[in-house]
Design a protein around this ligand. Structure first.
Ligand code: PLP
Length: 435
């Protein structure tokens, strides 16, 4: 591709290149970096809606609960709430923000394998459904709801014992995983729940993992869940909903093929529809996508501090794994574009590293890229899921800003932290004040 070719072409999904610059949501990434400073998360609003709509269209009769942990930024929660999304929340913090963003309480499922009594109390008080993860939790919840004079609608988180070919740290449905109740115990615990005060069992729930790249494990999970639905129907329990969780992967590598929501629908809807029809029941299907909705919508922009030829050609940038931990934690791949040289020919092999005092602070290894110099802007693509939401201040680094772009217009949706934010909650004991 010639430099400064002037025409627009697509780099990956909704991202384009114009005049050698990377364009996101109609905005020039290098200009955004200049204007708002780096590091900087940039999210394309239109793409969030496109992804959500793809799910909606593939599953017209299901409820789509956005998994807030993938990207809990308030503007995104608000955007998705307005688009009609429910929410899968995993903490009181996520519950609070989802409600404030306008997600109706009846479209929220409170998940978690180790909830505090306070969280259960809040969920009961606010009238959201709870996915119960153990017998112990069931009894705690019954006590809490009973004392509050309320009835909690619950699902049981089922461990369907399905193995998923993904990174072991994001495989959640194995027998040995910490999540859920073994499938073979679910009928007994349902019976038990039916007699407990303050508890209205009305659904079952599973979630087998994340970044799953084929539909087979989803079919297996759907079959196992429908086996349970059938057993429960057999003892006279008519479920209101079946929540199949999520886990649909996205293509992080250019040209990688991954199932779409349509492929997922083709895989699991026949199982769900045939088996519910055979039983003469019509529970609501719920899905909880996180990564698919936000993963490819966002880029992390980071400026080159230094270039060093050593055993490798290292490019030191101003973002570290405190802002995007996926490569360090899951060995994950993020496609790299030099935002201000986006259509220049690759000339060198570079390894992109952050400034953190850890060998694992590496974003991308041995990538063929245009010649890189100090001051260039590197874009790490597909950073929208489990990016900012997993960020920290490690190594004394304030978190970066986030902007939302739409049709070329950018708005700050989270301002950059500063040194005061590092000090914000810290206190000195009196004996350390002197001297
Ligand atoms: C994390 C999580 C999700 C979202 O998973 P993705 O792979 O991001 O789509 C959905 N449901 C539950 C219960 C989860 O823990």
């Amino acid at each position: 591709m010639p430099v400064n070719c002037g025409t627009m072409f697509t780099v990956k999904n909704h991202l384009e290149i114009q005049n050698n610059h990377l364009i996101i949501g109609g905005a020039d990434a290098a200009e955004l970096a200049e204007k708002y400073g780096t590091p900087l998360y940039v999210t394309n609003e239109t793409r969030v809606i496109e992804n959500f709509s793809a799910y909606r269209e593939a599953f017209p009769d299901a409820d789509i609960y956005y998994a807030a942990k993938a990207n809990g930024s308030f503007a995104l929660l608000r955007l998705l709430a307005r688009a009609g999304a429910g929410a899968d929340v995993f903490s009181y913090g996520e519950l609070y923000m989802a409600l404030l963003a306008g997600v109706p309480a009846e479209k929220i499922l409170f998940n978690g394998n180790s909830k505090t009594d306070f969280e259960l109390q809040k969920a009961v008080e606010l009238g959201v459904r709870i996915s119960v993860d153990s017998r112990d939790e069931l009894h705690t919840l019954s006590g809490i709801a009973g004392r509050a004079g309320k009835t909690a609608e619950i699902a049981f988180r089922v461990n369907p014992d399905v193995s998923t070919p993904t990174h072991p740290k994001i495989s959640t449905g194995l027998k040995t995983s910490k999540f859920g109740i073994p499938a073979e115990e679910v009928v007994d615990i349902y019976r038990e729940a039916a007699d407990l005060p303050g508890i209205a069992p009305c659904g079952i729930h599973c979630h087998i993992g994340s970044q799953i790249l084929d539909t087979e494990p989803f079919i297996e999970a759907a079959q196992k869940m429908m086996d349970l639905v059938e057993k429960l129907a057999g003892i006279g329990i008519d479920l209101k909903f079946v929540d199949m969780g999520s886990g649909l992967g996205i293509p992080y590598k250019k040209g990688e093929r991954t199932p779409t929501p349509g492929d997922l629908a083709d895989a699991i809807l026949p199982v769900f529809n045939e088996r519910t029809q055979a039983l003469g029941i019509s529970p609501k299907l719920i899905l909880e996508p996180g990564r698919y909705i936000v993963g490819d919508t966002t880029i992390l922009l980071t400026r080159v501090n230094t270039v060093k030829k050593a055993a490798k050609n290292f490019v030191g940038v101003d973002a570290g794994f405190n802002l995007l931990i996926r490569p360090a934690m899951y060995d994950s791949y993020h496609y790299v574009v030099v935002a201000n040289k986006a259509s220049s020919q690759p000339e060198e092999t570079y390894t992109i590293v952050g400034p953190i005092c850890e060998t694992g602070d590496v974003f991308a290894k041995d990538r063929e890229l245009p010649r890189i110099e100090k001051g260039d802007i590197i874009a790490l693509l597909d950073a929208g899921a489990y990016g900012f939401s997993m960020s920290s201040q490690y190594n004394g680094r304030p978190r970066c800003a986030e902007v939302l772009v739409k049709d070329g217009e950018a708005d700050v949706i989270r301002s950059r932290e500063d040194i005061e934010d590092l000090m914000a909650k810290q206190r000195l004991p009196a004996r350390l004040l002197q001297g």
